[in-house]
Design a protein around this ligand. Structure first.
Ligand SMILES: [Zn+2]
Ligand SMILES: [Zn+2]
Length: 453
């Protein structure tokens, strides 16, 4: 079922209602296997196995690791998967892992988790809160699984366990991958560059899921574009340092940076059509040391978000042009502009998403939400898009993680619910992990299940 709000949107916007009838999209497709019977078996396994998944989650949560530093995390997961009978290769794309399990002829199915955490101090006050620190760019920083990748690792292991317990009901090859450094949108590229789809067979289908602040247990299946493209841009303005009392002797990079921060927003407000999604955020601006020295350089870090390739290019071009113009205006040398990372938007395969939505609705009823392709995509980004772009039709699910009582409390207090990347983000582990296991296991059975599963 569509959410009533989505029906309303379609009714109010005739052009969108027409788009709903686009070929191949617009509605969940009824499943061809007994979804409830399969779910009953998955849940019976979870009843036995959940405590060790919770323990794994708490262990990972207390030992978070930054992108490409996930040594302990990767080793932990590799050992778990080997114990289950998977053939595991470590250090794929630096710290990634590939776990293969063959169960007769059939499709190769990718199931991906991320391994990395964020440079952030956790403030949840949970008994298993992280106090870990790691070095990043030469500086010690707190580390926190504030994006929920620890939840994902637990449901990824749980899905492997569920599928092995039900291997009479499917055939094919499982390719479970633990991907490093999602937060820098660099880990998927690193695994692909290290031969993910040449050293191993290219998967026929891919699945992944992300926990979010929706009510715990709510599964969302979005047709088509799900997330935004993300581009990281680093800019250094080069000036001329001088005494703070002698600005005439300087070319002030802080003034250049300040001009840039406000001028660059016209790339959105004047160069991007109203209604077209685009974001330019300057998230870091570092320059100078003390009050009476005009520094000789300032460093800025930006993130750009867009939903389509034309807008993506326009934002990158606009940022570059503005930075060069600001430096020219100050009589400074050209700035250094680097584009160290980027990923395109995640596009869920329409036909596969329609089938998956049918399965999730059969399994979870009103706790499964279908969002048609014409509805807008989100502004968050995900480098799972790299696997899709490499030719793996996929579905990326959303799984709600917030305890309903907590949601009600925040609502009553008129406060916003902590979202991913907040130091207060604290999904409820049990309902999130269990729903993730059910969702990903059912998705694999949907494409690999033997008749009557
Ligand atoms: Zn994140
Ligand atoms: Zn994430």
């Amino acid at each position: 079922m569509l959410k009533p709000a989505l029906f309303l949107a379609a009714a109010l916007l005739p052009s969108l209602a027409l788009a709903q009838e686009a070929p191949g999209g617009g509605a969940p497709i009824a499943p061809t296997f007994d979804v409830q019977a399969a779910r009953t078996r998955i849940d019976a396994g979870l009843d036995r196995n959940y405590p060790q998944l919770q323990a794994l989650y708490e262990d990972i949560h207390q030992h978070p690791e930054l992108g490409f530093q996930e040594q302990r995390t990767a080793a932990l997961l590799a050992a778990r998967m080997r114990k289950l009978g998977f053939t595991v290769t470590e250090h794929v794309g630096k710290t990634g892992i590939v776990a293969i399990y063959k169960n007769g002829p059939g499709k190769t199915i990718l199931v991906r988790t991320e391994l990395d955490a964020l440079p952030l101090e956790e403030k949840t006050g949970l008994p298993y809160a992280s106090h870990a620190q790691q070095t990043r760019d030469g500086r010690l920083t707190y580390v926190d699984h504030a994006c929920g990748h620890d939840i994902h690792m637990a449901w990824w292991v749980g899905t492997a366990e569920a599928l092995l317990a039900m291997k009479d009901q499917w055939h094919g090859t499982l390719m479970f991958i633990g991907q490093p450094s999602e937060e820098t949108v660099g880990g998927a590229k690193a695994m692909l560059a290290d031969g993910l789809f040449t050293r191993w067979p290219k998967p026929d289908v891919g699945f992944a899921a992300h926990v979010g602040p929706d009510a715990a247990g709510l599964v969302t299946v979005k047709e088509g574009t799900l997330s935004s493209a993300s581009d990281k841009i680093d800019i250094t303005f080069h000036g001329r340092g001088a005494h703070g009392s002698m600005p005439q002797e300087s070319i002030d990079p802080i003034v250049m940076g300040a001009h840039f921060v406000s001028d660059v927003q016209t790339v959105i407000s004047r160069e991007t059509a109203p209604g077209t999604f685009g974001v330019v955020t300057v998230g870091a601006f570092q320059g100078g040391t003390v009050d009476n020295i005009i520094p000789d350089h300032a460093d800025l870090q930006l993130t750009l978000r867009s939903h389509d390739d034309v807008t993506r290019k326009r934002l990158i071009d606009g940022v570059t042009r503005t930075a060069n113009a600001v430096a020219a205006m100050a009589g400074a040398p050209a700035p250094t502009i680097e584009h160290p990372g980027g990923a395109s938007a995640v596009h869920n395969d329409i036909a596969l998403a329609d089938r998956a939505a049918g399965v999730m609705q059969a399994a979870f009823g009103k706790d499964a939400t279908f969002v048609p392709a014409y509805m807008p995509a989100g502004s968050a980004s995900e480098d799972f898009s790299e696997f899709i772009a490499a030719g793996v039709p996929s579905v990326f699910f959303g799984v709600g993680g917030s305890d309903p009582a907590m949601l009600a409390r925040y609502k009553a207090e008129g406060k916003p619910v902590p979202v991913n990347h907040s130091p207060y983000f604290a999904p409820a582990p049990e309902p999130s992990i269990k729903r993730g296991v059910e969702t990903l296991t059912l998705a694999v059975l949907m494409v690999a299940g033997t008749a009557g599963t």
